[in-house]
Design a protein around this ligand. Structure first.
Ligand code: DGL
Length: 267
């Protein structure tokens, strides 16, 4: 029987929005979550820097943890590094990319916003998705690295300024007042969904990729013979945090941990 573990990677804690969907659908899988805080944020880094970082992490953790499935729970990394990672490893790799296709189908006004990091907004991959699945829709793009920081802040229990969230989203809404659908094309953003909904109640659909990713993981696990009744109770989930030194302050992690065991790794 293969070890039923999934390695989930993101620049920070954003990928926990994907992990919670995987845990809800597949509680029999063990999760190793890597928050690459040593290189946070990804959204303002070049494609080359992200590819190099991801290949290093996948090589190192792929070897030490031997996961059955790898999930790149980051749109910024997936839209530039997926092909390279898939060539690098024999382990199935699931990427998280902007949910433009379902959003285009859902929108009733035909006006869609895409909220992501600057990196994802500028990627050729994102523009191909729009051409392929939303060419008959009006699509407005907006990149924000501040919202990524605010999501990190929220999970550390630091109070969020709702006014600032409203201001960060305003440029998107201003460009197209008829917008009824927004793609949350950064895994940090579903963590702010409550605040977004409160700030802009006129938006009907906030669309993310979390559930689709969990279904893909469930399918890939099944393909490897991993299913609920065939598995023993998994080990406690683990959260790995990268740091350039071992000077990481454990206390700054505590609000994040929940039922995860934590470990700092030097990368
Ligand atoms: N969570 C990431 C994403 O989905 C990136 C956040 C960042 O590091 O800028 O795009």
């Amino acid at each position: 029987m293969p070890t039923a573990s999934v390695l989930v990677l993101d620049s920070g804690i954003g990928g926990l929005s994907v992990t919670r969907e995987i845990r809800a659908l597949c509680p029999y899988l063990h999760i190793d979550y890597l928050a690459d805080l040593g290189a946070f944020p990804y959204g303002t880094k070049s494609g080359e820097e992200i590819i190099s970082r991801m290949t290093t992490l996948v090589d190192r953790l792929g070897k030490s943890l031997s996961p059955s499935i790898i999930v790149v729970a980051c749109n910024t990394a997936s839209t530039v590094a997926l092909d390279t990672i898939r060539l690098q490893t024999h382990i199935p790799v699931v990427g998280v990319v902007p949910a433009i296709k379902p959003a285009a189908a859902m929108s009733q006004t035909g006006v869609i916003g895409v909220l992501a990091t600057e990196g994802t907004i500028n990627r050729r991959y994102t523009h191909h998705l729009i051409q392929e699945f939303a060419h008959s829709r009006t699509v407005v793009l907006h990149g924000s690295s501040r919202l990524v920081q605010l999501a990190e802040q929220k999970l550390r229990n630091i109070p969020l300024p709702l006014d600032e969230i409203r201001q960060e989203l305003m440029p998107l809404l201003k460009k197209a007042p008829d917008m009824d659908t927004v793609v949350l094309a950064c895994t940090h953003f579903p963590l702010l969904k409550e605040e977004f909904t409160e700030a802009f109640p006129q938006i009907k659909f906030w669309v993310d990729s979390g559930l689709a990713i969990a279904r893909r993981v469930e399918y890939l696990a099944l393909m490897q013979g991993i299913k609920p009744e065939s598995e023993e109770k998994p080990q406690p989930n683990r959260l790995y945090i990268t740091s350039p030194t071992n000077q990481y302050h454990q206390s700054s992690l505590e609000p994040l941990l929940g039922d995860y065991d934590a470990e700092v790794i030097i990368v």
